[in-house]
Ligand binder design. Structure first.
Ligand code: AQP
Length: 345
């Protein structure tokens, strides 16, 4: 049986979504809605792998949902929901905890970065995060996962888990009628957003991130026009004018990042952006970038604020999406339990 193509991806409600989430993943999510059956999740179980204030978490789940819809995800066409409402994610994650090897998880660079120096104090959940991510995708037997570049390693782990599960249980999988022995697909990362790695506005060597303590390091999708313009104005640069060719961006991470953001927002290549601004000072380039960013992003912020004013409607969208997600995941989980040898009613 040929597996149906299906898209799954998610973002953590660990704060406001930012330009990196938008250009690295969301733009591609919107594009894929045109051609694929898509499931887009607010991954709240991932968020609690580090401490979250319960009230702020609830607000963030609603705000991320509003950001999805304001950016162009259609809750009628695609399935939008929050992870914790569909128990298959946690159930399959436990089974994958028993499939994945410690050695595999020990290689995950995101855990090392997030746990920092005091690894002993990190939660077990943060360590096992990639297994939950594999479960998110494979609970729907999703085949395509649009993500930013930072998620590549986790996707490789999800592929390893799928393959080991298929190998470990080959006889049971074939006995259930999956003649090719492939119960779980090998999910493909789709790393094709207009900017797959957007860097901090304060340090061009660090990824733009929700959890960076400096709000000036990122443009939040909820920022108003003045805030967006001010953050671009204050973005770190170097004293040289902009180069006319890509090679001239080498060793200039802040310049490279701002040119990349401009190009992504304008729908141009970096070469085209440099042809426009090469030789100019940052002051004139930043003015053009601020105008473009405000035109593109400020309406999103207005729409997110309008939508979060009606939490009942957002909760209704999430409940509807969760019910549709459960319809897909439940029969898959039933088969997983049969394959593993668990008894179900
Ligand atoms: N800076 C970025 N550039 C490009 N893509 C990015 N993504 C995140 N940051 C960038 C992509 O956005 C999707 C959702 O990410 P996430 O919310 O699951 O968590 P994250 O990758 O850990 O993002 P943050 O902002 O750094 O969150 P915190 O600070 O809470 O850990 C993913 O597809 C990711 O690749």
């Amino acid at each position: 049986m040929k597996l149906q193509e299906r898209v799954f991806s998610g973002m953590q409600p660990t704060g406001s979504l930012h330009l990196g989430n938008y250009l690295g993943a969301m733009v591609q999510w919107i594009e894929m809605q045109k051609t694929h059956a898509c499931i887009y999740c607010v991954v709240d179980l991932h968020a609690i792998t580090v401490w979250q204030d319960p009230k702020e978490l609830r607000d963030a789940i609603r705000q991320v949902t509003a950001a999805y819809i304001a950016s162009g995800l259609d809750p009628k066409k695609s399935i939008l929901f929050n992870q914790s409402q569909v128990s298959a994610h946690a159930e399959l994650a436990w089974i994958f905890n028993c499939v994945a090897r410690l050695g595999w998880l020990n290689r995950m660079t995101q855990f090392k970065e997030k746990a920092g120096k005091d690894r002993e104090a990190a939660s077990v959940g943060l360590y096992a995060y990639p297994n939950l991510m594999a479960a998110d995708i494979l609970a729907y037997r999703a085949t395509h996962v649009p993500v930013g570049e930072d998620q590549k390693q986790h996707l490789e782990l999800a592929r390893d888990i799928a393959q080991k599960f298929n190998n470990d249980f080959r006889a049971q999988i074939e006995a259930l009628g999956h003649a090719d022995g492939e119960f779980f697909p090998q999910p493909d990362p789709v790393i094709m957003g207009p900017a797959t790695r957007v860097m901090s506005l304060r340090d061009g060597t660090k990824k733009m991130s929700k959890s960076d303590p400096s709000d000036l390091s990122r443009i939040n999708l909820t920022d108003d026009a003045d805030t967006i313009a001010r953050k671009i104005q204050k973005a770190k640069t170097d004293p040289e004018p902009l180069p006319s060719e890509i090679a001239g961006l080498a060793g200039r991470p802040e310049a490279d990042n701002l040119v990349g953001i401009y190009a992504a927002l304008a729908g141009k290549t970096k070469e085209a952006a440099l042809a426009e601004f090469g030789g100019q000072q940052f002051s004139s380039f930043k003015k053009a970038l601020a105008e473009l960013a405000v035109a593109r992003l400020a309406p999103l912020g207005d729409e997110i604020r309008r939508m979060t004013g009606d939490p009942v409607e957002i909760d209704r969208v999430l409940a509807d999406g969760s019910a549709r997600a459960r319809e897909i995941a439940t029969p898959i989980m039933n088969e997983v339990k049969d394959i593993v040898g668990l008894i179900r009613s």
